[in-house]
Design a protein around this ligand. Structure first.
Ligand code: AMP
Ligand code: MG
Length: 359
């Protein structure tokens, strides 16, 4: 238990290790680095921005956190009063008006569900709830309970009308879960607030999901260390990135052990259970909404289907997948091509000679 939490902390610390690089040019010298942190969506959101004075920087960060807080209240599946929860309580088949934000996230989710052949699926809510229970009780759900949950799952059962701005849940018992995309969307929206307030050199981090704006003064980009896949692995790459989203799916760290098998918090739509194939996936995409959802999707998929997913996307995306091979060696494999915002990649070591842990 302690070890699991320690592993997670190490991972979060690694993901948050995002700092400006390069030296400060004379023209940019008056700009200072400001950092703000606030709890939202069950994690800590961090804002870094460069500004000439503290007061406007603080005011912009407050506005960005207010926007993130509002999105949290709209999209939470824990809060029975959230817009999402109210939508899920509507009778099946009834067109229900949804906010611009919720519609945007639902549309993006549906698109990635289609492109990922259902690996990413926000309608998995009933299975995710059942799986959360199993993670607490350390007992697998019964086949009956899994089958009942599966009857209320399926991207085809969520119907969106972008013109009327409505959503329909086609069958009873449906539950939408935005846990795999919401933090990325909120980070993007927070970054947009900062940019609109005149602070383009900014970034918003929501644990493993980063929305990166214009680089720090005098730097080509933000320095991002890819979190190592396991306690005994090292950082595989150090990236320099601007104007992009970077997400790491923490699937390999948030595992539970049941009956001698390790299961992730990401649910495999085929089984309704947590993934047993552990992989660490980092995605660099045009924004954090895409990188968040794609990192979750790629965690579910076998490598051929990861390749197919990347080929189908209309914007360049780079994915790095860390996994142990049969001999217990951690290997990193890269899919896709670098988006324009990825300035440099410094490989620290893509293959490790660490042996599989026993027990
Ligand atoms: P992330 O940490 O971004 O990979 O997202 C994981 C979260 O997304 C889980 O805690 C669930 O709330 C939700 N989720 C789990 N499995 C899936 C899936 N296959 N597709 C979409 N969302 C999922
Ligand atoms: Mg995600």
């Amino acid at each position: 238990m302690v070890r699991r939490h320690l592993g997670l902390l190490v991972l979060l610390a690694a993901m948050l290790n995002v700092v400006g690089i390069g030296c400060v040019r004379a023209a940019d010298a008056p700009l200072q680095r400001y950092e703000f942190v606030a709890p939202h969506m069950g994690t800590l959101f961090k804002i870094v921005l460069y500004a000439a004075e503290a007061a406007p920087a603080q005011a912009a960060a407050d506005r960005a956190f207010a926007r993130i807080g509002a999105l949290d209240r709209a999209m939470s599946d824990y809060d029975p009063d959230s817009e999402l929860s109210r939508l899920c309580r509507q009778p099946p088949g009834r067109p229900t008006p949804v906010s611009v934000d919720l519609l945007a996230v639902l549309q993006r989710s549906q698109r990635i569900a289609a492109l990922s052949e259902g690996a990413f699926d926000i309608t998995l809510g009933p299975s995710v709830r059942l799986w959360r229970q199993s993670r607490r009780t350390l007992r697998l759900p019964s086949p009956q309970a899994r089958a009942a949950a599966a009857r209320a799952v399926g991207a085809d059962k969520l119907r969106l009308d972008a013109v009327a701005r409505t959503a329909i849940l086609a069958v009873a018992g449906m539950q939408l879960d935005l846990g795999g995309i919401g933090k990325g969307y909120a980070a993007d929206q927070g970054l947009a607030v900062l940019r609109d307030a005149g602070f383009a050199r900014a970034m918003v981090a929501a644990s493993g999901d980063l929305a990166l704006g214009a680089p720090p003064p005098g730097a080509a980009g933000w320095r991002v260390e890819i979190a190592p896949f396991a306690d005994d692995a090292r950082v595989p790459e150090i990236l320099t990135v601007a104007h992009a989203g970077v997400s790491t799916s923490a699937g390999s760290e948030q595992f539970v052990q049941i009956g001698g098998r390790r299961y992730s918090h990401i649910v495999d739509p085929k089984t309704g259970l947590g993934l047993t194939r552990a992989a660490g996936v980092t995605v660099i995409a045009e924004d954090a909404t895409s990188s968040d959802a794609l990192a979750t999707a790629a965690s579910v998929l076998e490598r051929d289907r990861v390749r197919r997913l990347v080929a189908r996307l209309d914007a360049p995306v780079r994915m790095i997948v860390q996994q142990r091979d049969a001999a217990g060696v951690v290997r990193s494999e890269v899919f896709g091509t670098a988006p324009p915002g990825l300035v440099t990649v410094v490989p620290v070591g893509s293959t490790y000679q660490n042996k599989k842990r026993t027990g």
